[in-house]
Write a protein that binds this ligand. Sequence first.
Ligand code: NG1
Ligand code: ZN
Length: 522
Amino acid sequence: SNVRQAILDASAAHPAPAGVHYTYGTAGFRMNADLLDPVMYRVGLLATLRSKALGGKVIGVMVTASHNPVRDNGVKLVDPMGEMLKQSWEGYATQLANAQTHEEVADLYFSIAQECEIDLDQSASVVVGRDTRPSGEALVASLIDGLTASGAIVTDLGLKTTPQLHFVTRCLNDPSYGTPTEEGYYQKISDAYKTLVAGLEPLKITVDCAHGVGAPKLRDLTTYLGDALDVTVVNGDVEHGILNYHVGADFVKVNVKQPEGFDLAPNGIYCSFDGDADRIVFYYADEAGAFHLLDGDRITALVGAFIIETVRQAGLDLQVGVVQTAYANGNSTHYLRDSLQVPVAFTQTGVKHLHHKAEEYDIGVYFEANGHGTVIFSTAARNTIRNATHGDAKALHILRSLINVINETVGDAISDMLVVLGVLAHRQWALADWDALYKDLPSRLVKVVVGNRHAFKTINADTQLEEPADLQARIDAEVAKVSRGRSFVRPSGTEDVVRVYAEAETREECDTLAYTVAGLVF
Ligand code: NG1
Ligand code: ZN
């Protein structure tokens, strides 16, 4: 057919390197940018198929490698409501990426269509965004080659944060969510924030943008926020190839220290975004100059507690629940379950798992410890909040504005920043007050390079190893030696390493546990 010929012809310009195996993992495809050209072309073909499979709904494609170094890049697909690509399609992505010949690429295009009973005459529509990586433009061009060869209507949105791309995708398919543009995004969340904090003292924040796309986008947002918030953007150099270098949310969380590039004034409000602005962590320095990190677990605690209290004040009967992963600090779970009496569920690592679980509650709050997460409302909860006629007017006002500050499609550093600041403004809290909610157990996260990380298979939401056989029993024996000990091992989905996590009552016990377990893995 003509389409087959077009796919073959265009594929010829995107040859695959020999001996590379590609996997569509928790973060899509992610690796050294030099290896990604053929992958981009083929992802273009798959995005067309996905759109056709859903009756022509708009599919999003985001080109980013998030917190990874600037030499890397990556790509992931976004389903119509702004959620991650349906899991059963990840296998097709992997198959296409690993096809050895152009013939095989074309064959796969048609065999996937057949397997999914896709009407190839159906139109297809795809929106594309990218972060500031220098490799991004050429990779988007290759992606568009794949989209065009397979006949999709393409909208290239250029530079966007990952959450903006999710937002626009959602609005294109569901106009009730907002106007499907970057301006529509700023308008919606800034209006909502202004309403949320109306009459309260405006806050002041300094934001480390990891030298990434968050910097220009946050500057744009500030023009919409006016006097409602005083924002200082730092680490916004997107020109010199220093993306994520000693800066950003991942650097701060992993090293538990401040990013480079600026000083912390005592008791100020600071936060760091990651390279594509879908993660955020907060921090401050106390009077003595000591650094205090407020990570995703703390965001869950702050926002979860505030929502529960406000729902109660509003007199609404809505169940609020929290979702965490094994990386959540044990004392955050303890605080949520025992002090706040909130149901806490655990899932595997990766926000799609948390998001899915959070959908089981009326209001679901989920954050990974690294600061990636959001709050989602069921349709019923949304209607209850919108239509309530009795109940405390102030509490209802807060909930109604909060819903619109939140980007429900995906974790969003910009939107999460406003949610946290909104809560702090209402509580009239400094970061030290937030920090005092509970005390973290000492924890340690270690990377171990192993021969084959795929030999490690986890069960029970990543908390235990099924394979290699016997290893779990040996980990358990080490855990039993320390007070309040917990440790688990899992293969990373984004790096070629195995991660070891440990926590215990004291720093010394924690570190001993972490390094002993790392020794067992090695
Ligand atoms: P991996 O590399 O699979 O541990 C990391 C994060 C995840 C998630 C993904 C996607 C940790 C320990 N892991 O996954 O939470 O955010 O990246 O970006 O932070
Ligand atoms: Zn990210």
